[in-house]
Design a binder for this molecule. Structure first.
Ligand code: SDX
Length: 428
């Protein structure tokens, strides 16, 4: 027996079907609302209570701190899978067989060259340009060099565009980092795995033997998995809505990168480290900064804390915190900022203001500490988030296009002036 929601307006009753997801979530299907009510719409700033789609990719339970990609728990995937497997799982829905994974890896490697003229675009940016702005631009610029990746309707055309961007984006990310350091731009080494090649492209030096480090690769691989998808977050919703106009995959991803850049979203990982450094410089006075975060008259927020969905711990933050402690110990690094982060979290988690608002550390609170330990510059932290989120964005874009979702076009309630006659400038 399907559930029904009844709405009453001015004595008139309207019934709407309730859809139930595979994890028992309920959604009121209001597709017919404006039609049956003569134009009544809903209002929900920030879409805090509004579902934009049904999706089979990622499941979150914010109350229980649950995150699953295609039914697999994030804890298992972080422990047992590698990033390329998880990318395949998110995009195509199943963990790949050995043969499928080998073909996916081969097809990506086939596309790992980037047109040399792209370097001329990169050269046009000042070294001080933020890497997220550069990468969003370069991702959009890729369209000009891959015109066949725009009007992709068939699954085969989509697959070709998908392996192209999975191959070329890490190259562009490494180039963006190296450009800031005036280092030569290279393509890494296709004999390496996806994450190893990314690391080599970022860190290899022309006059020094490149040292591989499995501890570093494992930490990087785990971080990319933990960032790979997160259902309808701000940047993913951006990718979906841009893609719903049938703008190509690269254009949709470029828009998603711009959304991720914001400090309230993926830019928070950079903001967290800058906040922790400021607290360290200020003598480590965590109580002062907790008070600032609680003060409504102070714009300061505890970056890396709070989440729209998780009203309990963010399962990714738990894994990253443990990983941060392990990698620092393995690499023999003492980072006082980790102690400040742990001290800040301890105080906040015992403070009524944070408890009452269910504010917990999120994925961004500890990730920067690992990135620092891996030698990644602070301004590249959000790029690392984007490298992880790339397969999730692709999976969500592909699902939206294969389901032939309508163009995204929300409504509004107008609160401006009523009609009024034009007045000539001499009479104003
Ligand atoms: C990501 O959506 C996703 O899934 C995102 C993400 C992903 O994987 O894609 O998980 C990645 O973006 C994680 C979030 C990273 N951002 C930050 O760490 C920035 C700091 N956090 C906040 O700005 C905030 O918590 C948000 C943006 C994350 C969530 O904001 P909401 O859901 O709109 O909540 P809100 O701003 O309405 O806050 C509710 C209350 C308010 O107080 P009251 O007005 O009720 O008194 O909590 C307070 C807020 O002032 N609050 C904070 C706070 N976060 C919320 N107070 C101090 N410090 C904070 N960090």
């Amino acid at each position: 027996m399907s559930k029904i929601a009844t709405l009453e307006i001015d004595g008139n009753k309207y019934e709407f079907p309730i859809i139930e997801g595979t994890e028992k979530e309920l959604g009121i299907d209001i597709k017919t609302l404006r039609g049956v009510t003569g134009g009544v719409t809903t209002i929900d700033p920030g879409y805090k209570n509004t579902g934009s789609c049904v999706s089979g990719i990622t499941f979150l339970d914010g109350e229980k701190g649950v995150l699953r990609y295609r039914g697999y728990s994030i804890e298992e995937l972080a422990e047992k899978a590698d990033f390329l497997e998880v990318a395949y799982l998110l995009i195509f829905g199943e963990l790949p067989t050995a043969a499928e994974l080998e073909k996916f890896d081969r097809d990506i490697k086939e596309e790992s060259h980037v047109d040399e003229d792209m370097k001329k675009i990169l050269d046009g940016f000042p070294k001080s340009a933020h890497p997220m702005g550069v990468l969003s631009s370069l991702t959009s610029a890729l369209i000009a060099f891959n015109p066949g990746s725009v009007d992709v309707d068939s699954e085969e055309e989509m697959y070709n565009a998908i392996v192209k961007i999975l191959a070329k984006f890490p190259v562009l990310a490494a180039w963006t980092m190296r450009k800031r350091k005036s280092l030569p731009l290279d393509y890494g080494d296709n004999s390496l795995g996806y994450v190893q090649n990314l690391h080599k492209m970022m860190f290899a030096r022309p006059n020094k033997a490149y040292e591989s480090n499995n501890l570093v690769y494992d930490a990087l691989d785990k971080l990319l998995i933990l960032h790979a998808d997160h259902e309808q977050n701000c940047s993913t919703s951006t990718v979906r809505i841009v893609g719903s106009s049938h703008a190509g995959l690269f254009a949709s991803l470029s828009a998603g990168m711009s959304a991720l850049w914001g400090p309230l979203h993926g830019g928070a990982n950079q903001a967290v480290i800058e906040m922790l450094e400021a607290i360290k410089e200020d003598g480590g006075d965590t109580a002062k900064y907790i008070a600032k975060a609680k003060d409504k008259n102070d714009p300061f927020r505890l970056m890396g804390f709070g989440h729209r969905v998780y009203k309990n711990f963010d399962p990714r933050a738990k894994i990253i915190k443990t990983s941060a402690e392990e990698i620092l110990e393995d690499l023999g690094i003492e980072d006082p900022v980790l102690d400040i982060a742990k001290g800040l979290a301890k105080v906040a988690l015992e403070d009524e203001y944070f408890i009452q608002r269910k504010l917990y550390p999120n994925v961004d609170f500890y990730s920067g500490i690992i990135y620092r330990a891996l030698g990644i510059p602070t301004e590249m932290f959000t790029v690392m988030f984007a490298l992880g989120r790339l397969p999730g964005w692709i999976a969500q874009w592909r699902e939206m296009r294969l389901r032939k979702e309508p163009i995204g076009r929300p409504r509004q309630i107008y609160i401006g002036e009523n009609i009024r006659p034009f007045v000539k400038v001499e009479n104003r």
